[in-house]
Design a protein around this ligand. Structure first.
Ligand code: 5AD
Ligand code: SF4
Length: 452
């Protein structure tokens, strides 16, 4: 613990025995990364506990991007409360986006919570625990710093994550899409300096990581606030020249910032995998405008064409929101038409959900919940068909796959295009890149066998 304390922290006696921490993570890969950072910060004092029952510390890392986030949190806290009643020494912390949004209010509703830490506040976790250990209670850290820098923590990964890992390269978002809470809870866009990113990747590669995903709300605008004059394609080149043998991925890309030079990276940099997640959100220009997405559907389609010309094997995935305020049947039909035209490998489709404080929550023409549900079902039904047809193009082909995990003789591998392949083989193959013959396309995954 001592080594992790930030300067000028009050110090009290560190414990001589290991304590147990249980972490519950909701939401996106960014949250998974944040949870890993919290575990790493606690590593000198805590070990992970699989269950909350015998934990000394429970952390709930929350996500507020879609509906019922608060409701979900309060019902979880309601279930955890008896544990605190039984063991008053148990510490409970709520972190992440809902913590940011609710701040002190959370403590009024759940006074047994010991600390509330927003996405920037999580880096003061050791300090907070130290203060709680010295008798303080009800700590809230929800300040959002203007140019927040993620501290670099050199620490081992947890066992479950040593083939594939995430590296956050930027925090926050300045785009203010009208439906989205992220700019309010994660603050302004700030990129991490290149040397910090390289140092983190270096430590991951040393530990055997072979597949790295760079994370940010809008990675395509990486570098905007840095004095170094480096942009996202330059970052990819820098990483790939130092680590040519890793698989390099990134998410999320905003279509308005997808430049020709970034598209060229798919053909110029062998480490960059042939997969792009490019959220389109809707097929109708009228809706894209009201969402403040800053591109039209014609320019989106043009970028997809360029991507496919540059990298014919590329697999494309996207996010879709249905039932955005004012979306008519005709607008929705344009989303369905777009899916048929582009034929994504996979989509993540969501019912629009009003987020407090966002511009779209104030729009007066909200779409009835029933219509949103029906539209979502239609989108999913269409994509299930397209997705399976897209996966079938790999049948009877040999693909280069990285074995990521498995138990018994059941292994799970990943193609460069980000498709999951299930196969039979021994656990010692985890971490190896193998040629796999694809026998069959299933819904959302492939089935294969190892080629000698
Ligand atoms: N309602 C529904 N979906 C949303 N997303 C973001 N905000 C909302 C919202 N208010 C979706 C977008 C985004 C993905 C991460 O979550 O599609 O790309
Ligand atoms: Fe939200 Fe838009 Fe920023 Fe993505 S780009 S995080 S959808 S505001």
């Amino acid at each position: 613990m001592k080594q992790l304390l930030f300067e000028n922290q009050a110090s009290c006696q560190p414990s001589s025995t290991w304590k147990r921490c249980h972490i519950i993570t909701f939401g996106c890969q960014m949250n998974e990364y944040d949870s890993l950072k919290m575990m790493q910060m606690l590593r000198h004092e805590y070990i992970l506990s699989d269950t909350p029952e015998n934990a000394d510390l429970i952390l709930i890392n929350t996500c507020s991007i879609r509906e019922k986030a608060e409701h979900k949190l309060y019902s979880l806290l309601g279930r955890l409360r008896p544990l605190k009643q039984k063991n008053p020494a148990l510490r409970i912390g709520v972190t992440g986006c809902v913590a940011q949004q609710l701040g002190k209010k959370l403590l009024h509703r759940a006074p047994f919570v010991d600390m509330v830490l927003g996405p920037h506040g999580i880096y003061s976790l050791p300090n907070m625990l130290e203060r709680i250990g010295c008798g303080e209670t009800a700590l809230v850290e929800t300040k959002l710093y203007h140019s927040f820098q993620i501290p670099y923590i050199k620490a081992p990964l947890t066992e479950s994550s040593n083939v594939r890992a995430f590296v956050t390269i930027m925090q926050g978002c300045d785009n203010f899409c009208t439906y989205c809470i992220v700019p309010f809870v994660r603050g302004r866009e700030t990129s991490r300096p290149v040397n910090q990113i390289l140092a983190e990747i270096d430590s991951l590669v040393e530990q055997g990581v072979k597949d790295i995903t760079l994370l940010g709300q809008n990675v395509n605008s990486y570098g905007r606030n840095l004095a170094e004059g480096v942009n996202f394609p330059a970052l990819l080149h820098a990483i790939a020249s130092s680590y040519p043998n890793i698989r390099l991925r990134f998410t999320t890309s905003h279509p308005k910032d997808l430049s020709d030079s970034l598209i060229e990276c798919f053909s110029r940099i062998p480490a960059v995998c042939e997969h792009l997640h490019l959220p389109v959100q809707a097929g109708a220009n009228r809706i894209l405008k009201r969402m403040n997405r800053k591109y039209d559907i014609e320019s989106y389609i043009e970028k997809v064409q360029k991507l496919r010309e540059t990298c014919p094997d590329i697999s494309l995935t996207t996010d879709i929101i249905v039932g955005f305020p004012g979306e008519t049947d005709e607008d929705f039909q344009e989303t369905l038409d777009l899916l048929k035209k582009i034929r994504f490998d996979q989509i993540f489709a969501f019912r629009y959900s009003e987020r407090p404080g966002t511009a779209a929550a104030r729009f007066t023409d909200q779409v009835p919940e029933e219509t949103r549900k029906k539209r979502l079902a239609k989108v999913i039904e269409l994509q299930n068909r397209i997705g399976l047809e897209q996966l079938k193009r790999y049948e009877n082909k040999v693909m280069e796959c990285l074995v990521e995990n498995g138990s018994g003789m059941k292994l799970q591998a990943r193609t460069r295009g980000n498709h999951v392949v299930n196969l039979t083989g021994s656990e010692h193959l985890i971490g190896r890149t193998l040629n796999i013959y694809i026998e069959k396309a299933c819904h959302h995954s492939l089935k294969g066998r190892i080629v000698n």
